[in-house]
Write a protein that binds this ligand. Sequence first.
Ligand SMILES: Nc1ncnc2c1ncn2[C@@H]1O[C@H](COP(=O)(O)OP(=O)(O)OP(=O)(O)O)[C@@H](O)[C@H]1O
Length: 567
Amino acid sequence: MPPADRAVRWGLAVLALAFLAYGMATALPAYWVFLAMSAVISGVLLQSLGVIAGQAGMVSLCQAAFAAIGAWSTAQLNLWGVPGGLYVWLPLAGLAAVPFGLLIGLPALRLRGVHLAIVTLGFAATVDIVLAAASFPGVDLGLSVGRPAGLSSERQYFLFCVGVFALVAVALAVVRRTRFGATWRALRESERATAAAGTSVPGAKLSAFAVSSFIAGLSGALLAGQLGMLLARNFDPGQSLTAYAVAVMAGAHHAEGALIGGALGVLVAELLRRFGIPQQWANVVFAVGAIQAFTQGAGISDALRAALRRRGGRRLPVAPVPLVDKAVPQAATGTALLITGLSVRYGQVAAVQDVGLEVLAGSVHGLVGPNGAGKSSLVDAITGFTACTGAVELAGHDLNGRPAHLRARAGLRRTFQQDRVPTGLTAGEYLRFAARRPLTARDLAEALGDLVAVDPGRTIADLDVGTRRLLEVAGALLARPALAVLDEPAAGLGHAETERLGRWLRAAPERFGCAVLLIEHDLDLVRAVCSRVSVMDFGRVIAEGPPAEVFADPRVLRAYLGEEVTA
Ligand SMILES: Nc1ncnc2c1ncn2[C@@H]1O[C@H](COP(=O)(O)OP(=O)(O)OP(=O)(O)O)[C@@H](O)[C@H]1O
């Protein structure tokens, strides 16, 4: 969708929310306004989960603890009488939660899944114990958190909460369009692919925790303003668990999902109360909803958006445009990649042994060999994903000891044999994320029209594996690296797609100013696009030269056919 259309759509959504909120504030009885306010505040907490769990794909079971820190800070600022009232205390409360978010983010650098869940739940329990022992500031004195003059009535405060929710929603929507936002969604799918695109995985995880804890801190401050007097049980670990289940069920990574989740949380609790059913049953309802969302791979907001998309019909594909334009960067000269004495071991297995390889700048160099020859291990070692001995130089710069994302930033890009393209992004978002540079509409149209043949707005989850593979190649080349290492890009492609890929690879040095190291089992493709080929067998390079010579080499025939061949 063009940015102008998106801005109009967001403007209309905010306007609709403002009208709805104003209508509710004026028409509903005071009790229902209070409930609606609770729903919106809980919606803000769910927005924080939308970042950490929904976008970045990390489990966090301590969001209520971050909210507690926000609420505690608000109560303390109230006790100190810091000027500005809630307008000032609110952002300060959000900021107060950030150091704790970063602290919890640190174990997340190494832990995933259930291990991270245990660490975050442990933090929630710790905060609960501390709060139970030392009550909120001002509570012992009977001092409740005051609201500024303009927010004194419940109706005014409800509208203020809606305003904060809308502000967070718009800010998150803006971030979502940026490379920063795309990074979180890429992280969710594959840390290796995120690093391969030149992004620091620790940085991405910590930033997600920082933003998420800030938003959770805001929700705590809003709750402090709503209740005035706070108790530890407002933020017990059970609240964090329930919030996680509701966020998954509702799809809190979208603003409407967070709002629906907040409303469901309040409505289910209210219904149970009216029918005299214990409140714990609400958790059963949300757990079932979360399981349903996990199995479907989509929460309520995703399902709603999918239904709207179906009603809106399919978009027209982008028209193909010619591949070569006039402003072609010149292919560089010299050496793009120089490897000397490189070895990789996995315990007793010597996967790569003392390999030397030179890829000339501006060339397409093939790397072939039978299964298990050590090609992928060599690629992992060059690109910083596997420990190795030996030296790797990119365009004269020593890469030894550098982590994968810094090698990518230095101009060494790669694709993966396994499908690692982040499915939550659209094709256009992925290319912008992978390219790490501003792409013109023409860049996008050429990549998506000529190589990949897909609309930039299509979500990658809807694309077949072959199309995703081409998209990954396009992303690596559009980054204009010094060297693009492509690990079996033609695997799973049809004949027409392989031909398109071949045309792109042949044109890549001239068009993108890069060299290509092509690891491939399709030897026809290798013959068609490579100026030189290296052949590996049992971890060593056994032959190197122009394709015609190499494929006639008896050692190569022996490696492939597994039998003695006389020259
Ligand atoms: N993580 C690992 N642990 C132990 N051994 C491994 C590991 N990865 C690869 N190997 C072994 O290292 C050797 C080289 O494997 P590698 O995957 O690099 O070969 P390849 O040429 O890429 O094969 P293919 O064409 O099938 O992808 C093989 O003997 C393989 O079994």
